[in-house]
Design a protein around this ligand. Structure first.
Ligand SMILES: Nc1ncnc2c1ncn2[C@@H]1O[C@H](COP(=O)(O)OP(=O)(O)OP(=O)(O)O)[C@@H](O)[C@H]1O
Ligand SMILES: [Mg+2]
Length: 271
């Protein structure tokens, strides 16, 4: 899509209006079979409510998010999480389940399946804390279950998925359910990997509205997206990666000024 420089940039998003979780990536590298796919010296995410991560196919964007989530381990370097009033956590030393417990959540670029679970059950499973096998906890558990269930049903209604007692059918539906899972968790940091790919335009708008609301409520959002119109509209800060490295970082208007660089990676028509 072609847009005039500056026309779609959201200058009205609040900067640092509330304490926000920050991620700092320092000297992080990751190789597969001897080929370096992520090599980031220094990157801080979270000084703005919604930040964009863009770059060509194979740039290392998803890998960087997986390193943050701990589903892949860094070869070297540190990834840290800072949250107001809490001790800094070195995520890159933690197992993935501890990272998730620290409030960092990622949506998936490619959704596999929910193994036959209904939409409602898969969401209940992902947002309900682990069962504590003690009779005294059962009453509380029931209340938590009812509370979660009500929140899930409200969210599903908002996205037009009223019939939640069936398995998600299309790839788009599975993707939407995955995003709803992330929203329901109300994370400190939400990493979105191509959230709008494969969703109809109307659903994309609803997802983006929900993401903006979550960010306004204090969640730090980082979004990978090939649809740059989404990036220019939502993000106050954009990082451009290629071949594992951060090549550019700045406000959308700055990044768009490097049009030739962006075009050389993303192709005509993307900027
Ligand atoms: N588990 C893995 N094993 C081997 N190579 C991998 C693995 N995961 C990613 N890669 C390679 O690392 C490079 C970076 O991949 P990554 O998925 O991070 O790119 P990306 O920027 O997310 O690209 P896209 O925009 O296409 O999603 C690619 O060359 C990819 O083939
Ligand atoms: Mg990717």
């Amino acid at each position: 899509m072609v847009a005039e420089s500056g026309t779609a940039v959201r200058a009205d998003l609040p900067h640092r209006t509330m304490p926000r979780a920050r991620l700092t990536v320092t000297d992080v590298s990751k190789s597969f079979s001897g080929r370096t796919v992520v090599d980031v010296d220094s990157l801080t995410l979270g000084d703005h409510p919604i930040e964009g991560l863009i770059g060509p196919n194979g740039a290392g964007k998803t890998t960087l998010m997986r390193l943050i989530m701990g589903s892949l381990k860094v070869d070297s370097g540190k990834i840290r999480l800072e949250r107001e009033g809490r001790r800094e956590i070195e995520l890159s030393r933690l197992p993935a389940h501890k990272i998730a417990q620290s409030g960092v959540v990622k949506s998936n670029q490619v959704i596999t399946d929910f193994e036959g679970l209904t939409i409602l059950d898969s969401l209940l499973l992902s947002v309900t804390p682990a069962r504590r096998e003690h009779p005294l906890h059962l009453a509380g558990e029931r209340a938590t279950y009812d509370e979660h269930r009500a929140a899930i049903e409200r969210q599903l209604d908002d996205f037009g998925l009223e019939d939640s007692r069936r398995v998600a059918l299309s790839a788009g539906e599975k993707k939407l359910v995955d995003i709803i899972r992330c929203l329901l968790l109300r994370p400190a940091v939400l990493l979105l990997d191509e959230p709008t790919a494969g969703l109809p335009g109307e659903v994309t708008r609803k997802v983006m509205d929900a993401v903006e609301k979550l960010a306004a409520d204090g969640t730090t959002v980082v979004i990978i997206e090939h649809d740059l119109a989404v990036i220019w509209r939502l993000c106050a800060q954009v990082t451009f990666m290629a071949e594992g490295r951060v090549l550019l970082r700045g406000e959308p208007s700055d990044i768009r000024e490097h049009k030739t660089v962006v075009e050389s990676y993303l192709g005509q028509g993307h900027v």
